[in-house]
Design a protein around this ligand. Sequence first.
Ligand code: PRP
Length: 214
Amino acid sequence: MQDKVTFALAKGRLAEKSVDILEQCGIDCRRILEPSRKLVMSDASGKFEFIFVKPSDVPIYVEHGVADVGVVGKDTLMEEDRDVYELIDLGFAKCRLCLAGYKDFDMSKSRNLIKVATKYVNIAKDFFDGRGQNVEIIPLHGSIELGPIVGLSDIILDIVESGKTLQENNLCALEEIVNCSARLIINKVSLKTKADVIKPLVKKISDIINNKEN
Ligand code: PRP
């Protein structure tokens, strides 16, 4: 009998797009998107299991092997820096990690220690350390754009997808750090022990993504 393969997914758009791809791979799993408070679900065959976790926890479940496979944004993956294989750029959930603030804020001219509000504390630390720039990082968990508006911070480091949130709050992207998109991640042990299921699946997903690009 095939070993059960467990996916860690974050509810919402990432899960919806992931299901689209898995269905194309022949995994009958659309029912996991039906409204429910269930945290563990299976595909129709019972060979694949899905656990629903917070986006930032996806790499943690995969690193610990509780989930064999996960779908997570590159931004979260960079922030969490977990010991997992990042195998495929799935090409959806595209966004940019940016420094943002009021358009006239000039980082190079600020004489005070710049305050940066963000939920990406590790990325911010690495970014400014890499530049040799000392800043104060203010950790927030949401509504990051409020930082400059209420005077909590000078700028923010956050993802920009459509740009609407910045625009509606009279802010703008000051500098782009990196482009992000959803990634398929795999537990390092599972890739060996469940190779008979995971490797063909990775190949199928990769073919689907490549066909879309061409
Ligand atoms: C994210 C991000 C920005 C917004 C960017 O927030 O932190 O606030 O989306 O998207 P946009 O460029 O399309 O406007 P999210 O919606 O996840 O909510 P949060 O503020 O609670 O983190």
